[in-house]
Design a protein around this ligand. Structure first.
Ligand SMILES: Nc1ncnc2c1ncn2[C@@H]1O[C@H](COP(=O)(O)OP(=O)(O)OP(=O)(O)O)[C@@H](O)[C@H]1O
Length: 722
């Protein structure tokens, strides 16, 4: 029947009458289809009408930006908070006790497109929205309905347009990060009763002058690398110059640029260069004045030329004298200290790279030509090797792989430069370059960004973002006494005083800003996330970090926790690094002489113990006390059931955190298990740490009250509470 039926239909289509019949059938079919479609739409909208407003908003967001479908699998059902407070089954969502969305955490999910207007704005109890490190474009939606919003993080996307005014007007918003987008227009002035404590709008194209932002609560600010102009308002002068750097037309304290030179740019064109016929004819008074002015300008121009020529000559002479002086000093140092080649500039000075320039000039032209600074990211602000050589440099420290410097370029930009030494002898130029290409591709908020490198026969430089808030080692162990000694008398006296201090006071002596528990937990979590990312990225190359320790955990100006020295072990003589990391070194290294991801897990475990106990692992820095074998020491204490005794005395006041501390201690002990096979993998470690405080991020907002308590307890404000 079917066989015939289809041929009948074909015949019917060819016949006129039949065709009319078919039309009728088709129409009926169409009506039927529409009916079905409408019914299913009706069903869907009936179902959607049952959706909670949060579900509606989130689904609208998903449809708008989740092109890759990262959220499709878990965002199902009509209510993300159907299971009550805590982490939702919907990825990235946490709910509050009223079963409303509290936190939206959608970082790093390859989200693209524009955030629809009626999406996030429906979440009217949301406290934290973070959709950073995606590829969102278009404008920032109006979130003025989100009246509970405390934190908004949209950094590292491609958002454009202006910063909406509602953000400035909000009285509840505490933290706003819109950095690394394509935003333009002015920075809106925050209202007097704004609660904003943290504002980061760096790396955009914002323009106009800086508003006074005179609300006294603002404690962390970053408006660097925009097109802002004019004088820095007096209300913001307590911030450091870095906060404003990379805005060429900004002036006034704390920037070194004097406003007179920026706000009154060069004198109007000299009238003697205006073609006579084109010059407007002045009136008699103007003519007299102009005559006088002309004379002044003629004289002024001559004087300016003389000054410029004179200055240039003096500058050239000074540079030559300077280069000769340092070149001689360099050669002398190298002669005096065999094996210290390349470290000649390792004194705290303003000329860290001067000898590099001498070395560079001694290179053959062909090599100098091909040896340039190679940048990885097109969108980053670039500079030349010459700019680096001209920069004032201050030594930050000597490590296993070379010496690190802070370099302040003439543009105001600050970078960290590492001069490598002791490269593996078999590392050729092309090996080095391809390794750098690999490292340049690593992008993660918990890794110190590598911006550029320089390769020449005698000099290898790596240029990193400068992390202005120091390292974890200093936060945990360095006290004022050791700092003073380091500045004035050198390492031996420092050792002496450190030993005396250690013997008087069990922990680290006075003079440190205590590091509270929440901050330590956050540091543990972020280092774990960074290391897990690294293991995943390095898996195919069978590469690992190989040098995880507290001096390699750096803190950026925005208090992001970043791992440094990524991928350097592969280039260097591994025995040197292994020697320097003694207290963090996995026991199996002694016989295998190999670094594996399990060895990184061990080092991370020791780092956790360091965070929990506040004690230095053995021989990390020979010059700063001997430290202890942390895993062994903790084992001995815990075996005797003095668990609480292992914790840092500074953590005593965080009574509520003790359960969390014990859980982190268990994770640490799992990481330092002697048998590498029994150690967890880093993604597992991340999960375990995140479970310690599942609603960690919600607590950030709620802990603002307890933050005041913490500050009272310790007597200091901890920036990590921000
Ligand atoms: N990008 C950076 N920004 C700010 N400070 C940095 C940066 N990189 C390194 N430092 C600092 O410079 C100093 C020397 O660092 P380096 O990594 O060379 O040695 P280390 O960490 O002490 O030892 P090792 O090389 O064995 O890891 C350290 O105090 C470190 O905190």
């Amino acid at each position: 029947m079917d066989r015939y039926g289809s041929s009948k239909l074909a015949r019917a289509c060819s016949a006129r009458e039949g065709s009319c019949g078919l039309m009728t059938k088709c129409r009926l079919g169409l009506v039927y289809m529409l009916l079905v479609a409408n019914l299913s739409l009706l069903n869907k909208s009936l179902a959607q009408s049952n959706w909670s407003p949060d579900a509606k908003g989130l689904q609208a967001l998903r449809v708008g930006v989740d092109v890759q479908g990262a959220l499709t699998a878990s965002w199902v059902g009509d209510d993300p908070c159907v299971n009550g407070p805590g982490k939702s089954t919907w990825q990235g969502i946490t709910c509050n006790i009223r079963s409303r969305v509290d936190v939206v955490l959608l970082d790093n999910l390859n989200l693209t497109g524009t955030i629809p207007e009626n999406s996030l704005s429906l979440l009217n109890e949301v406290k934290t929205i973070t959709v950073s490190f995606n590829q969102l474009s278009g404008g920032i939606p109006n979130l003025s309905n989100c009246t509970s919003l405390l934190q908004l993080f949209l950094q590292s996307n491609q958002l454009s347009g202006q910063i909406p005014n509602f953000l400035a007007k909000s009285r509840r918003l505490l933290k706003l990060d819109l950095s690394r987008n394509n935003l333009d227009g002015p920075i809106p002035d925050v209202s007097g009763d704004s609660a904003l404590v943290y504002l980061n709008v760096s790396y955009n194209s914002l323009n106009g002058s800086i508003p006074p932002l005179s609300n006294s609560k603002l404690r962390a600010l970053d408006i660097s690398n925009n097109n802002l102009q004019g004088e820095i308002p007096a209300s913001l002068r307590n911030f450091t110059a870095e906060v404003f750097s990379g805005n060429n037309l900004l002036c006034g304290s704390p920037l070194p640029t004097d406003c007179a030179s920026v706000l009154n740019p060069s004198a109007p064109p000299n009238p003697i260069f205006i073609p006579e016929g084109n010059a407007p004819s002045p009136g008699p008074a103007e003519a007299a004045e102009a005559g006088g002015e002309r004379k002044k300008q003629k004289l002024g121009t001559g004087a300016v030329i003389a000054i410029v020529v004179g200055d240039t000559l003096v500058l050239v002479m000074l540079t030559v004298v300077f280069l000769i002086y340092y070149w001689r000093k360099y050669s002398k140092d190298v002669d005096e200290k065999p094996g210290m080649k390349g470290a000649a500039g390792d004194t705290k000075s303003n000329s860290g790279f001067s000898q590099s320039s001498a070395q560079l000039s001694s290179l053959k032209d062909s090599e100098a030509e091909i040896s340039k600074l190679i940048f990885f990211d097109e969108s980053q602000q670039r500079f030349e090797l010459e700019d680096l050589l001209r920069a004032s440099a201050e030594m930050l420290g000597k490590g296993s792989f070379g010496t690190a410097y802070k370099a302040v370029l003439e543009s105001g930009m600050i970078v960290a430069v590492k001069r490598l030494r002791d490269l593996r002898t078999e590392t050729s130029r092309s090996d080095f370059e391809s390794h750098m290409e690999l490292l340049g591709k690593l992008k993660h908020p918990n890794l110190v960004p590598l911006r550029a490198y320089y390769y020449a026969k005698e000099e290898k430089l790596l240029v990193y973002d400068y992390m202005s808030n120091g390292n974890l080692f200093s936060m945990l162990h360095v006290n004022i006494i050791s700092l003073l000694c380091r500045e004035s008398a050198g390492p031996r006296v420092e050792d002496f005083v450190q030993n005396v201090t250690d013997s008087i006071i069990w922990n680290r002596g006075s003079g440190r800003t205590p590091l509270d528990w929440t901050s330590r937990l956050r540091i543990a979590r972020e280092v774990a996330i960074g290391l897990a990312y690294l293991h995943q990225e390095f898996e195919s190359q069978k590469m690992f970090h190989g040098n995880i320790k507290s001096s390699n955990i750096l803190v950026s100006k925005n208090y992001e926790i970043c791992i440094s020295d990524v991928g350097l072990v592969a280039l260097m003589n591994p025995a040197i690094a292994a020697h320097r990391m003694a207290g963090y070194r996995a026991p199996e290294y002694n016989h295998t002489k190999r670094i594996t991801h399990k060895a990184d897990v061990y080092s991370f475990g020791v780092l956790l113990l360091e965070l929990l106990t506040g004690r230095q692992p053995a021989q990390t820095h020979e010059s700063q006390g001997n430290g202890v074998d942390l895993p062994k020491w903790v084992h001995s204490v815990v075996r005797e059931e003095w668990t609480a005794e292992v914790f840092d005395l500074e953590l005593k006041s965080f009574r509520h955190g003790e359960e969390e501390m014990v859980t982190l201690l268990q994770i640490a002990m799992a990481c330092v298990t002697p048998n590498p096979e029994q150690r967890p993998r880093m993604p597992q470690v991340v999960k375990l740490i995140e479970e310690i405080r599942a609603a960690d991020i919600c607590e950030t907002s709620e802990s603002f009250d307890s933050q005041t308590q913490t500050a009272d307890l310790t007597g200091h404000d901890s920036p990590f509470h921000l």
